[in-house]
Design a protein. Structure first.
Length: 350
């Protein structure tokens, strides 16, 4: 009876007073009255029995069970006890020493709890007891637990963002998990396109595409260290071109006369000019007679980023045109466009 006394006196146990729901009935089993008559159980199945009560002269105050582990194993245990007070349980090893259990506060309430423990190979005893002869039905199971993957929230599988200079950062990657706040790490598959710092801020360096692997590390202590395993999520990020600079539409061209640049009117033509973007593959330029770019649309696509102007000819005198332009980058054989730059008003054809 040393084990019983040690367990009850030290109270270093997984104590509980619960009303837990959701366990299926699998095995009706009578627990032994002491550890020498403990009932063997297997990992996985649910067991049920009753304990306590004052209707008999010798109430059933103790139920003992045992299970064996052939190797170091993380176990998960769930209990259902109908009584609202007076019923407790504990786990000891074959030497009578108490086994530490980590209570899962993250996914349970006071009436619905899980316990985790990492145990070396050996035999372990589970004791249910009624310290005041309270009668109760109970159910429980013990199972091997290999770690649960955490589910990421607040992060999608892909993003398209507009390039900014390398000092720019965007808080696109600030993940959450359902239980707790683990440490996250980030790794970019293409650091020439973007990098991510330890806080999840994205630094864009070029146009293109990169996959960022987010890793949620497992805590080093508490129930989460036993409940979860390291989890990763891959996020695809496309960095599209920035807005074209100095894009504008005019009915004149600049020419040099006597070492001086002057504006020279061009007839029945309109000229679009812009500043070169060395990171782009090329540009798309359009002019049209309405803001929706559906009437009289004329379009031009440059295949080189060295092109910095386009002249549209054979236009009708007196017509008025809007202009819009955007850069593009060819990524994996597909054009990815930057935002349109649109003129505020119209230019009249002379």
């Amino acid at each position: 009876m040393k084990i019983i006394k040690k367990l009850l006196l030290t109270l270093v146990i997984c104590a509980m007073t619960l009303t837990v729901v959701g366990l299926p009935e699998v095995n009706a089993s009578e627990g032994g009255n002491d550890y020498t008559t403990a009932t063997p159980i297997n990992l996985g199945p649910v067991y049920e029995d009753t304990i306590g009560g004052t209707s008999t002269a010798t109430p059933d105050a103790y139920d003992w069970y045992y299970f064996d582990l052939s190797k170091t194993t993380t176990i998960k245990m769930k209990i259902k006890i109908d009584a609202t007070s007076g019923i407790r349980f504990g786990i000891v090893n074959a030497y009578g020493n108490d086994v530490k259990c980590e209570l899962d506060y993250g996914s349970s309430t006071e009436t619905d709890q899980f316990y985790y423990s990492k145990l070396p190979a050996g035999r372990y005893y589970i004791l249910f007891y009624s310290n005041d002869n309270t009668f109760s039905n109970y159910k429980f199971y013990v199972q091997e637990h290999k770690g649960t993957s955490q589910k990421f929230t607040n992060v999608k599988g892909s993003y398209t963002i507009t390039y900014k200079n390398p000092k720019y950062y965007a808080t696109y990657l600030r993940p959450r998990v359902a239980d707790g706040y683990p440490e996250y790490t980030y790794k970019s598959s293409n650091t020439k396109v973007l990098t991510v710092n330890k806080n999840g801020y994205i630094y864009t360096k070029a146009y293109g595409k990169a996959t960022v692997t987010i890793t949620a590390k497992v805590p080093t202590s508490g129930y989460r260290a036993l409940k979860y395993k390291t989890t990763t999520k891959k996020v695809t990020i496309t960095v599209r071109p920035q807005a074209m600079k100095n894009a504008g539409l005019a009915n004149y061209k600049k020419v040099k006369k006597k070492k001086k640049t002057v504006k020279q009117i061009i007839r029945k033509q309109l000229k679009v000019t812009w500043t070169r973007d060395k990171l782009a593959t090329g540009y798309q330029v359009q002019i049209a007679k309405n803001k929706k770019f559906t009437s009289g649309l004329k379009s031009y696509t440059s295949k080189s980023n060295k092109t910095v102007s386009k002249t549209f000819t054979k236009l009708k005198k007196g017509s008025k045109y809007y202009m819009r332009a955007r850069a593009y980058k060819t990524i994996n054989g597909k054009k990815v466009y930057g935002p349109w730059v649109v003129t505020r008003g119209t230019i009249k054809v002379l």
